[in-house]
Design a protein around this ligand. Structure first.
Ligand SMILES: [Zn+2]
Length: 536
């Protein structure tokens, strides 16, 4: 895909009411030009956003309803359900939106824990993403020392309970603005399951669930306040591979056995040799999910789970095809049979820079979360416990960076997010709000502790306000929306979205665990969804 300069966007804009954005884009273009000359730390300082009646109303609504939003976070934080098991969280969130008059559709894209909730029937149609899956093994109390709430249970180590509450807060505030006749349009809250499996939005995108959108907003709790820009994250494919062999007595008749474990191990060896010849951005990681039951029985079944990542979709497709050959070779060498199952496949994220500029201006208008000295102390106690610098909580808003395209020769990606798929369907903008300690190690009990405390809640309230303000600006600024769309057309080269997941691949769903009379909270562990039965 061609990501040449975006400066043409500036020239195609209608300057009348998008003047603020146009100025920002000129600054952005200048900053990009400077960066080409080697200056790394270029940033754009967009002009401050203006308060409007609609935005003031939304912020007041969020302040007046802050305790309800905190309760939403608290409930989802306590449910702590990993991907594909978010049955109670999805029920609760969809239920409260339905009670508020949203038109709710459950089980979209073939996933029982996915839903959409719509309010209004006008245009534009603005989407807001919500996530609510937890991480296995990270159960934690809201205290500054490692201490699980439930032994072996899951916890919100990525803060998705806050993500759900903040996004729903924004959607409710926008709905309120529509009731008060301050704006016209529609807001759709997307309940997107299993982000940690990089999965829910990928299937929803493939099935056209986001197609009606004119723009989409999302946020994430973080250790800083920032509107991220540019192309971020890696393209990814996730698949499992199973080998079928034949059991035998490992000592008295090993020649009668065909070891599925041998095949998995050989596959790992071949994959690791292949690694040498990959682009530096490429990442391969795998785990062996099953490798036999006892050494004295030749294992007739073994399976592994792989993540393949790279800087472009083409790169990952090539890696996937090579792994198909590797699996075939491993089966051939061991006389076993293999089956490969694609779990998910995604692209990488592209921000819409005009939308990012708007979001950044609104974040500045609202201001970062203000933490008390007691909250900074709590953060410093966590930081000392974790062994990182005791610098407390983030207090500043990071400057808006230029939206650079990636250079495939030098790009080193990090994680991946299924928000990427939405960003290829409609102009999409994200936001990071300080809700974790500075220097947070990521998926960690420290994040669970913050997400369950007033620290995370303050971040969530700021996120709700910034998302609502940006959505309302979009509803009130048709020229900005046209400019965002023009930028989007340029970013995607006018290509319609094509999902990297083939049409016949089903999402790997898990049954409702609560329907089993003897479930325990410890059952909600990760990666249960990656270990469903084969050949069933
Ligand atoms: Zn996350």
């Amino acid at each position: 895909m061609d990501h040449s300069t975006r400066s043409t966007v500036t020239t195609t804009m209608i300057p009348a009411t998008a003047a603020v954005i146009a100025v920002a884009m000129v600054l952005f273009t200048l900053a990009s030009g400077a960066s080409a000359n080697g200056a790394e730390d270029d940033s754009i300082t967009p002009p401050p956003a203006e308060w409007t009646e609609a935005k003031r109303g939304a912020v007041e609504w969020i302040d007046a309803n802050a305790s309800q939003l905190r309760q939403i976070n608290r409930k989802v934080w306590e449910y702590a359900e990993p991907g594909m098991l978010e049955y109670r969280s999805a029920d609760y969130l969809a239920g409260l939106l339905a009670d508020r008059g949203f038109e709710v559709e459950r089980g979209v894209a073939g996933m029982p824990t996915a839903f959409t909730a719509r309010y209004g029937s006008g245009e534009p149609v603005i989407g807001i993403l919500a996530e609510y899956d937890a991480l296995g093994g990270l159960s934690q109390k809201a205290i500054a020392q490692k201490s699980p709430r439930i032994a072996g249970g899951a916890g919100h180590g990525c803060g998705h309970s806050l993500f759900a509450a903040g996004s729903i807060g924004a959607a409710l505030a926008v709905a309120d603005a529509m009731d008060e006749d301050r704006v016209e349009g529609s807001v759709v809250l997307y309940g997107t399951p299993n982000e940690e499996g990089v999965l829910g939005k990928a299937y929803m995108a493939r099935d056209g669930i986001f197609d009606e959108l004119d723009a989409c907003l999302h946020w994430h709790p973080a250790d800083r306040n920032e509107v991220p820009t540019g192309e971020t994250g890696n393209d990814l494919s996730s698949f499992a591979v199973a080998f079928y062999g034949q059991t035998a007595h490992s000592a008295s008749a090993p020649w009668k056995g065909l070891s599925a474990l041998d095949a998995v191990e050989l596959m790992g060896v071949m994959s690791n040799y292949y690694r040498e010849h990959l682009h530096p951005s490429a990442r391969i990681h795998y785990v062996i999910l099953e490798g036999g039951k006892a050494p004295n029985v030749v294992p007739d079944f073994a399976k592994a789970w792989f993540f393949l990542r790279g800087a472009s979709r083409e790169m990952v497709d090539e890696m996937y095809e090579r792994h198909r050959k590797i699996a075939e070779a491993a089966a051939l060498a061991t006389g076993t049979r293999y089956e490969m199952r694609l779990y998910t496949a995604i692209n990488h994220l592209r921000d819409n820079h005009i939308a990012s500029t708007l979001m950044h201006a609104n974040l500045q208008l609202i201001g970062p979360p203000h933490f008390s000295e007691a909250e900074h102390d709590f953060a410093r106690a966590i930081q000392r416990e974790v062994g990182i610098e005791a610098e407390g909580l983030p207090t500043e808003i990071e400057p808006l960076r230029p939206s650079k395209s990636r250079d495939l020769r030098t790009y080193i990606g990090f994680g991946s997010t299924d928000v990427a798929e939405v960003s290829l369907i409609t102009p999409t903008v994200g936001l990071l709000v300080g809700s974790f300690v500075k220097g947070s190690p990521g998926h960690h009990w420290a994040n669970v502790a913050c997400a369950g405390s007033s620290i995370g809640e303050k971040g969530m309230i700021v996120a709700a306000k910034a998302l609502a303000a940006t959505a309302l600006d979009m509803m009130e600024q048709p020229d900005t929306m046209s400019a965002m769309q023009a930028e989007f057309e340029e970013t995607t080269g006018g290509q319609a979205y094509r999902s990297p997941i083939p049409a016949d691949v089903e999402p790997p769903i898990l049954p409702n665990p609560y329907e089993s009379p003897d479930w325990t909270p410890g059952d909600l562990d990760y990666p249960t969804w990656g270990s469903f039965n084969w050949e069933d």
